[in-house]
Design a protein. Structure first.
Length: 115
Protein backbone atom coordinates (compact mmCIF):
# COMPACT_ATOMS: atom_id res chain seq x y z
CA UNK A 1 0.00 0.00 0.00
CA UNK A 2 1.13 3.56 -0.71
CA UNK A 3 -0.08 6.76 0.96
CA UNK A 4 0.46 9.97 -0.97
CA UNK A 5 0.16 13.51 0.41
CA UNK A 6 0.35 16.50 -1.92
CA UNK A 7 1.35 20.06 -1.03
CA UNK A 8 2.39 23.25 -2.75
CA UNK A 9 -0.81 24.27 -4.46
CA UNK A 10 -2.15 27.79 -4.30
CA UNK A 11 -2.73 30.92 -6.32
CA UNK A 12 -0.37 31.99 -9.08
CA UNK A 13 -0.48 34.60 -11.80
CA UNK A 14 -0.33 33.69 -15.46
CA UNK A 15 3.29 33.31 -16.46
CA UNK A 16 4.32 32.41 -12.94
CA UNK A 17 5.57 29.19 -11.39
CA UNK A 18 4.61 26.74 -8.68
CA UNK A 19 6.18 23.53 -7.44
CA UNK A 20 3.98 20.75 -6.19
CA UNK A 21 5.32 18.11 -3.83
CA UNK A 22 4.00 14.64 -3.04
CA UNK A 23 5.30 12.73 -0.04
CA UNK A 24 5.08 8.96 -0.42
CA UNK A 25 4.89 6.47 2.42
CA UNK A 26 7.12 4.02 0.56
CA UNK A 27 10.51 4.23 -1.13
CA UNK A 28 10.02 5.79 -4.57
CA UNK A 29 12.53 3.33 -6.00
CA UNK A 30 10.17 0.47 -5.09
CA UNK A 31 7.27 2.02 -7.03
CA UNK A 32 6.81 1.12 -10.68
CA UNK A 33 5.48 4.46 -11.86
CA UNK A 34 4.61 7.80 -10.31
CA UNK A 35 2.85 10.78 -11.82
CA UNK A 36 0.43 13.64 -11.65
CA UNK A 37 -3.14 13.96 -12.88
CA UNK A 38 -5.39 17.01 -12.77
CA UNK A 39 -9.07 17.78 -12.89
CA UNK A 40 -10.32 21.21 -13.86
CA UNK A 41 -13.66 22.50 -12.57
CA UNK A 42 -16.37 20.70 -14.50
CA UNK A 43 -13.81 18.73 -16.45
CA UNK A 44 -12.50 15.19 -16.61
CA UNK A 45 -9.36 13.99 -14.90
CA UNK A 46 -6.41 14.00 -17.26
CA UNK A 47 -2.83 12.80 -17.17
CA UNK A 48 -0.29 15.58 -16.69
CA UNK A 49 3.01 13.75 -16.27
CA UNK A 50 4.29 10.28 -15.51
CA UNK A 51 7.70 8.92 -14.56
CA UNK A 52 8.46 5.23 -14.94
CA UNK A 53 11.47 3.24 -13.78
CA UNK A 54 12.81 6.43 -12.29
CA UNK A 55 13.97 7.83 -15.63
CA UNK A 56 11.35 7.68 -18.39
CA UNK A 57 8.97 10.63 -18.56
CA UNK A 58 5.81 11.37 -20.49
CA UNK A 59 3.81 14.58 -20.51
CA UNK A 60 0.45 15.78 -21.76
CA UNK A 61 0.89 17.87 -24.89
CA UNK A 62 -0.66 20.84 -23.10
CA UNK A 63 2.18 20.98 -20.54
CA UNK A 64 5.21 19.85 -22.54
CA UNK A 65 8.09 22.28 -22.19
CA UNK A 66 6.46 23.96 -19.18
CA UNK A 67 6.09 21.23 -16.54
CA UNK A 68 8.76 18.88 -15.21
CA UNK A 69 8.26 15.80 -13.05
CA UNK A 70 11.09 14.68 -10.80
CA UNK A 71 11.76 12.60 -7.72
CA UNK A 72 13.94 12.79 -4.64
CA UNK A 73 14.63 9.23 -3.50
CA UNK A 74 16.18 10.36 -0.23
CA UNK A 75 12.99 12.21 0.71
CA UNK A 76 10.54 9.77 -0.94
CA UNK A 77 9.02 12.79 -2.67
CA UNK A 78 7.67 13.39 -6.15
CA UNK A 79 7.71 16.91 -7.56
CA UNK A 80 5.94 18.74 -10.34
CA UNK A 81 7.64 21.97 -11.34
CA UNK A 82 5.15 24.13 -13.22
CA UNK A 83 6.44 27.13 -15.17
CA UNK A 84 4.79 29.59 -17.53
CA UNK A 85 1.45 28.86 -15.92
CA UNK A 86 -1.76 29.57 -17.82
CA UNK A 87 -5.30 30.10 -16.54
CA UNK A 88 -6.25 26.79 -18.17
CA UNK A 89 -3.84 25.03 -15.78
CA UNK A 90 -6.31 25.78 -12.99
CA UNK A 91 -7.28 22.41 -11.51
CA UNK A 92 -6.96 20.07 -8.58
CA UNK A 93 -3.70 18.20 -9.03
CA UNK A 94 -3.44 14.61 -7.83
CA UNK A 95 -0.27 12.67 -7.22
CA UNK A 96 -0.48 9.00 -8.19
CA UNK A 97 1.57 5.85 -7.94
CA UNK A 98 1.37 2.40 -9.48
CA UNK A 99 2.69 -0.18 -7.05
CA UNK A 100 2.32 -3.93 -7.55
CA UNK A 101 -0.31 -3.29 -10.23
CA UNK A 102 -2.47 -1.24 -7.87
CA UNK A 103 -3.03 2.46 -8.50
CA UNK A 104 -3.02 4.94 -5.62
CA UNK A 105 -3.91 8.63 -5.51
CA UNK A 106 -3.47 11.42 -3.03
CA UNK A 107 -6.33 13.72 -2.02
CA UNK A 108 -5.19 16.49 -4.32
CA UNK A 109 -4.02 20.08 -4.08
CA UNK A 110 -5.74 23.04 -5.76
CA UNK A 111 -3.85 25.23 -8.22
CA UNK A 112 -5.51 28.44 -9.35
CA UNK A 113 -3.93 30.56 -12.07
CA UNK A 114 -5.24 34.08 -12.51
CA UNK A 115 -4.99 36.00 -15.77
Amino acid sequence: QVQLVESGGGLAQAGGSLRLSCAASRRISSIDAVGWDRQAPGGQRELVAVLTSGVNTNYADSVKGRFTISIDNAKNTIYLQMNSLKPEDTAVYYCNANYNNVHYWGKGTLVTVSS
